[in-house]
Every structure is written in structure tokens, then in C-alpha cells.
Design a protein around this ligand. Structure first.
Ligand SMILES: [Zn+2]
Length: 95
């Protein structure tokens, strides 16, 4: 389900185009951005921090626990999540 940021219509299909108003999200850096004006707002968080975080995630108990809990939640409460993510990737590739 996607709530259109333009008209607030609820779209049940995973097609990114709104079936009510035709809103089509911009692509930013190859990704759909429903709120493109927010893409580069990050406060004081610099994009260079991501590589350091990625390096720390594999060994840090907090990140490992968070990732484990996130996966458990998605498997327990969103059993179709892999289908949804795969379908979203297919739609993104088709653009
Ligand atoms: Zn709409």
C-alpha cells in the first residue's frame, strides 16, 4: 500500500504512479523518491559516515541485535515482504 503524497489516495498496487491523480515520484540517484525535497536533508549526518557505519555494523552488538530483531519482525508480521520488495525492485528496473 502506498499513500500518494500529492492527493493522499491509497494505492493498493505497487505501481508507483497514483491511480487517482497520476502522481509519479521523481527518481533521485536511481531510486523512487516520493518526497524528493527531503532526499538530501540529513542535518549534520554526512554521507561519508555510511562507510564507517557499514564497517561497524558487522561487529557491533547493537547493530547485530537490531538487524536480527528487524528480520524477525518482518518474517513474523510481514510474511509477504520478500514478494513486495522483489516486486518493487522489478518496477524500479522497468523504469
Ligand atoms: Zn495521487
Amino acid at each position: 500500500m502506498i499513500i500518494c503524497p500529492s492527493c493522499s489516495a491509497i494505492n493498493s498496487n505497487l505501481n508507483a504512479t497514483c491511480s487517482k491523480c497520476g502522481f509519479l515520484p521523481e527518481k533521485v540517484d536511481g531510486f523512487c523518491a516520493f518526497y524528493s525535497e527531503l532526499v538530501h536533508i540529513g542535518g549534520d549526518f554526512k554521507s561519508s559516515y555510511f562507510s564507517e557505519l557499514a564497517r561497524l555494523e558487522n561487529a557491533n552488538f547493537w547493530f547485530r541485535s537490531r538487524n536480527h530483531l528487524t528480520l524477525w519482525f518482518l518474517k513474523a508480521y510481514c510474511p509477504n515482504i520478500s514478494f513486495i520488495l522483489n516486486r518493487a525492485l522489478e518496477l524500479d528496473v522497468q523504469r
